[in-house]
Design a protein around this ligand. Structure first.
Ligand SMILES: Cc1cc2nc3c(=O)[nH]c(=O)nc-3n(C[C@H](O)[C@H](O)[C@H](O)COP(=O)(O)O)c2cc1C
Length: 344
């Protein structure tokens, strides 16, 4: 029998992605430079996608999730690619090195990433300079600012919000980074409530959202949603990456071994295996909170169908990051087109 001819479809696309010849962080810097300088293409946003959520007008419900543009260097570029909003950051008060390299691992056969970045960045002053420069040129991109205080300082959170508020549209408190130590001698919900109040204090009336980590525990999720709402939270971003301790959420057939540092597993998973958990959390939150609370669904979106699933589960808006790493700007065009065709 003749051997089957080798066709392009049989060669895995990710191995052909030229960025994948570079180490992940180098590829990321190059991509960011390309987006910033308008080299990644342009896409129209269908007018029908325009919608008002939480008092903000979005030109598309598809956003770039936090961590992709940590210092807000390429905001105009993301808008040109078809994103309706960007969650810039996570920004911290002071500059941070983050964790030692290597700290990002790709799993191309799973189209996923594990990251153990640990919130590196230039801190508030660098972030603010970029955000101001972007606003000076004005744009219809909605910019959310993701804030965190790895030290647990409410003063820092208030200052971050106060300084960024004149140039931001909303804030997200990142209370779920699996890559920095959280104090564990008290109820994490008490800390979340205090941190929401601090961001609200500085936010000058802008909406403050809370980004949570993954869970399939309905009662625990509802407890946090209620506590956050009572503290002034306006909506939720669901969800952050999956730490190794919760890898049951990802199924029992992971096609890779979890990265380790000093003999211990590190980092959080993002990619397609997260999608079902995102759907669960959005459905649970929507059923509990009613129709009016803004919900952003993030985690595992790598196709137009995935985005539709999250919207149909009850999210007003979606965000993605890992899907962009594997599929590039075409993914945003596909999702925008599909959401427009579906009347969303
Ligand atoms: C390299 C990397 C860095 C990230 N950094 C942040 C961050 O700084 N703040 C944050 O809230 N989420 C961060 N995330 C999580 C994403 O915003 C998103 O919640 C998660 O990756 C799931 O979505 P996805 O499957 O579309 O990637 C990061 C994710 C990756 C892959």
């Amino acid at each position: 029998m003749e051997p089957e001819p080798l066709t392009l479809e049989k060669i895995r696309l990710p191995t052909m992605n030229p960025f994948f010849f570079l180490p992940p962080e180098t590829a990321h810097k190059l991509a960011l430079w390309g987006v910033k300088n308008g080299l990644a293409g342009r896409a129209k946003k269908p007018a029908s996608l325009r919608k008002k959520i939480g008092g903000m007008t979005f030109t598309s419900p598809v956003g770039l999730s936090a961590g992709a543009d940590k210092e807000g260097v390429a905001l105009r570029g993301w808008s040109a690619l078809g994103f309706g909003f960007v969650e810039a950051g996570t920004v911290t008060m002071h500059p941070r090195d983050g964790n030692p390299a290597p700290r990002v691992w790709r799993q191309p056969s799973d189209r996923s990433v594990i990251n153990w970045m640990g919130l590196p960045g230039g801190g508030l002053q660098v972030f603010l300079k970029n955000l101001k420069a972007f606003r000076d040129r004005s744009s219809d991109l909605v910019v959310g600012v993701s804030v965190a205080s790895p030290e647990g300082s409410t003063d820092d959170l208030e200052t971050l919000a106060r300084e960024c508020a004149p140039y931001a549209d909303y804030f997200t408190l990142n209370a779920s980074c699996p890559n920095v130590a959280h104090g564990d001698d008290h109820d994490p919900l008490d800390e979340i409530k205090a941190h929401i109040k601090a961001v609200c204090k500085g936010a000058n009336g802008l909406p403050v959202l809370l980004k949570l980590g993954p869970t399939r525990d309905k009662d625990a999720l509802i407890r946090v949603l209620d506590g956050a709402m009572a503290s002034g939270c306006a909506g939720f971003v669901l969800t952050n990456t999956v730490p190794e301790g919760m890898k049951d959420l990802l199924g029992n057939d992971l096609p890779f071994t979890w990265p380790q540092h000093d003999g211990a597993p590190v980092g959080g998973y993002s990619g397609p295996r997260l999608l079902d958990t995102t759907v669960f959390m959005i459905k649970t939150a929507r059923a509990h909170l009613g129709a009016d609370v803004p919900l952003i669904g993030v985690g595992g979106i790598q196709s137009a169908l995935d985005a539709l699933r999250i919207i149909e589960a009850g999210a007003n808006l979606v965000q993605l990051y890992t899907g962009f790493i594997y599929k590039g700007p075409q993914l945003i065009k596909d999702i925008n087109r599909a959401l427009s065709a579906a009347g969303h």
